[in-house]
Design a protein around this ligand. Structure first.
Ligand SMILES: Cc1ncc(COP(=O)(O)O)c(C=O)c1O
Length: 396
């Protein structure tokens, strides 16, 4: 649909329906499961193979996806403002796909220091084995000019960052990347594309763990990589094919269903998160609350400039009297917040942030234990009562 005519919420409800419009079409895109494509003739087989070879997103085999996948790609394309989207079996595999597609032995990559932990813990060792070197940079200092080398090819960012929600000036990074002929890739999982479009703010590639808000119901694993650059899309597609990345049609359908309601869900998550953040600011045991919609959050001004809302994530640091054991006891005392690592589903979750992951931040710093909350769709007063109860039970 035409973005000059229809709002994103409208386009998301209609994305991917066209392929099924044959007179009396289903409102819900069918789950097309297959490993094998049947061709009407050898000529048709060859025609489709030629189209695929020329970069068209058509399937000649089940691994390339089906009409269900095409519909999901169209919806994610709307979210990201992208002409090309590739699906991956998890958010992490989508990130790895970007590094493997866009870097070669001897290359150098600049990585924001506060990115999702497994980038540092899992992907960097893989890159090192391939002879690719990484340098981490502090997000608040703007583009890392001093760390630039002749062999730097890629800048990788995540804004807001995991756990403490550092926000970077993405347009400044985009200008830096263009000035030096670099590719700028951004993890856009926090915003899900509904709240922010990195491609419109200077990034060449945007990545999402659609496991989170796109899925929205904690019942699938999935990732997506989007771009508006046809040459980059071809490099991504070549590596995607080599790795044989494929997503089951049922999971593609679940993510598509999630995206139909992403706007209303995110607005509700954000309302609940802000209510919780404001309550936490008044708690004696809490030293600091991290959530970009709070006016005193360090990323607030950039968030207001570049984002159109917040999500359900809120973190808080305990005051210095509280140690990690206290934070664990607090999480264990919660009843409505389940103890779990993910976020983006309908439910509330709590997790003690791993100290190593917090230590990787250079912009927002805290020395005391941090708990990350995901505000689910339960009634916010019930959630606040649950938190209050856990603070009382564990107060010393
Ligand atoms: C910011 C961010 N990016 C990527 C991922 C990885 O996604 P997945 O769990 O689907 O591999 C996560 C998961 O927590 C995440 O929080």
């Amino acid at each position: 649909m035409d973005e000059r005519v229809h709002a994103l919420s409208t386009r998301l409800l209609h994305a991917g329906l066209g392929a099924f419009d044959d007179g009396a079409a289903p409102v819900s895109v069918p789950v097309v499961r297959t490993s094998t494509v049947r061709f009407a003739s050898s000529a048709e087989h060859e025609r489709l193979q030629r189209l695929r070879h020329d970069g068209e997103n058509v399937a000649t085999y089940g691994r390339h996806g089906t009409a269900t996948h095409r519909a999901l790609e169209a919806a994610i394309g709307e979210l990201e403002g992208a002409t090309h989207t590739l699906l991956a079996p998890s958010g992490l595999s989508a990130i790895t796909l970007v590094f493997l597609s866009l870097l070669a032995p001897g290359d150098h990559v600049l990585i924001q220091d506060s990115v999702y932990g497994p980038v540092r813990e899992r992907i960097e060792p893989l890159l090192a084995r391939l002879g690719i070197e990484a340098t981490y940079f502090a997000a608040q200092n703007g583009p890392p000019r001093d760390a630039l080398r002749a062999n730097t090819r890629l800048v990788y960012v995540e804004s807001p960052s995991s756990f403490l929600y550092e926000i970077i000036d993405l347009p400044a990074f985009g200008a830096f990347a263009r000035e030096h002929g670099l590719i700028l890739a951004a993890d856009n999982t926090w915003s899900a594309g509904w709240l922010h479009q990195p491609l419109a703010h200077g990034a060449h590639v945007s990545i999402q763990a659609t496991t989170k808000y796109a899925g929205g119901h904690s019942d699938l694993m999935q990732g997506a990589v989007s771009t508006n650059d046809a040459a980059l899309a071809q490099r991504l597609r070549d590596t995607h094919e080599a790795l044989g990345l494929s997503v089951g049609a049922d999971d593609a359908w679940l993510a598509l269903r999630g995206i139909r309601t992403i706007g209303v869900r995110l607005a509700q998550h954000a309302r609940h998160a802000l209510a919780i953040a404001e309550y936490l600011q008044g708690e004696r045991a809490v030293a600091r609350v991290f959530h970009p919609a709070l006016p005193d959050d360090p990323g607030h001004a950039l968030w207001q400039r570049d984002f159109r809302g917040a999500n359900g994530l809120v973190s808080f640091a305990f005051t210095p009297r509280h140690d990690a054991a206290h934070a664990r006891a607090f999480v264990d005392a919660l009843r409505l917040f389940s103890h779990g690592a993910s976020w983006g589903g309908f439910e509330s979750l709590a997790l003690v942030a791993p100290a190593a992951r917090l230590g990787a931040h250079s912009y927002v710093r805290t020395e005391t234990p941090v708990v990350r909350l995901h505000a689910g769709l339960e009634d916010p007063s019930d959630l606040i009562d649950d938190l209050r109860r856990a603070f009382r039970l564990t107060s010393s």
